[in-house]
Ligand binder design. Structure first.
Ligand SMILES: *[C@@H]1O[C@H](CO)[C@@H](O)[C@H](O)[C@H]1NC(C)=O
Ligand SMILES: *[C@@H]1O[C@H](CO)[C@@H](O)[C@H](O)[C@H]1NC(C)=O
Length: 277
């Protein structure tokens, strides 16, 4: 066989495709609890998005676009969802998780507070001298999800992690309207490529099982920002939420479900089957 013939065989052997195997990117949109550097340099804190890579093989890349101080509203106004959508490839995953900065009152507008409500309600405000129509948290979630669905991505709409629920010395429950809103946004989109991970519920379960002293020792700055250990726990609670569901992303995670449920992470938590997880 001459050189020419060998060359023609290469595609059959799959060798001509010398380009690396297609990488799937997991894009993360969120606030400081997810972001690189957590609550700021020198704070000793870190965001959980920085630990997600340890659960995936080399065919997955994490693009942590989370940034401190942001809400679903300010991430939208600043064009950050659009920036992520500009680099999303078909087949990628986008995880959206907000709530820590979305509350408060619009009467002294900090640029982050969402319009109250779960639907198409709007609020008028002036922020930084600019007139702004403010939408609800579910509306921002849904608009962002549509940007990514249009690019052929799959979208996971998370509830936010809690603050340190153990700071009193006893770990207590934490339920906020944003937990429901995140689920509700996913339910309303009613799209097979949209999922909901109840990250809050898995985080609360793990924190209770870890106990107050371990948890509180790993909030070095304040009751919002995790140190590295708790950031890794928060990544693990998200991965367990995935593993307990049906997504291809959950199946791709390297951790087995048992490797998590046999520890302080605890069991899979039953979910309302209206929205796939
Ligand atoms: C998941 O698996 C990875 C790879 O073995 C490991 O680095 C990581 O710590 C695991 N995560 C949890 C939460 O156990
Ligand atoms: C899921 O939630 C929706 C909306 O709250 C409700 O109508 C439905 O009955 C729930 N389904 C289950 C199985 O709990």
């Amino acid at each position: 066989m001459g050189f020419h013939q060998v060359w023609q065989l290469l595609p059959l052997l799959g060798l001509a495709a010398a380009a690396p195997a297609a990488m799937t990117t997991i894009h993360l949109c969120g606030d400081s609890t997810m972001a690189k550097g957590g609550g700021g340099s020198g704070s000793g804190s870190e965001g959980w998005g920085e630990y997600l890579k340890y659960s995936f093989g080399s065919d997955y890349v994490i693009h942590n676009a989370a940034i401190g101080g942001r809400s679903a509203r300010s991430f939208t106004r600043e064009g950050r969802f659009t920036e992520v959508a500009n680099v999303v490839k078909a087949g990628d995953w986008v995880v959206i998780e907000f709530g820590h900065n979305d509350g408060g009152s619009l009467s002294t507008d900090n640029g982050r507070t969402d319009c109250p409500g779960e639907g198409a309600e709007t609020c008028q405000t002036t922020y930084n001298g600019v007139q702004e129509t403010v939408l609800t948290y579910p509306a921002y979630y849904k608009n962002a999800a549509k940007l990514f669905l249009d690019k052929g991505a799959k979208v996971i709409l998370n509830s936010p992690t809690p603050n340190n629920i153990c700071e009193s010395g006893t770990c207590v429950n934490d339920v906020s309207r944003f937990d429901y809103y995140a689920w509700h946004a996913a339910a309303e989109l009613n799209n097979p490529n949209v999922y909901h991970v109840p990250h809050k519920q898995y985080a609360v379960q793990a924190m209770k099982n870890l106990g107050a002293s371990t948890v509180t020792a790993n909030y070095p700055k304040d009751h919002t920002h995790t140190g590295p250990y708790m950031a890794n726990v928060m990544a693990g609670t998200f991965v367990l939420g995935l593993k307990c569901g049906t997504t291809a992303l959950g199946q791709a995670a390297k951790n087995t479900t048992a490797s998590l449920t046999s520890t302080f992470y605890g069991a899979c938590i039953p979910q309302n089957s209206t929205v796939p997880i």
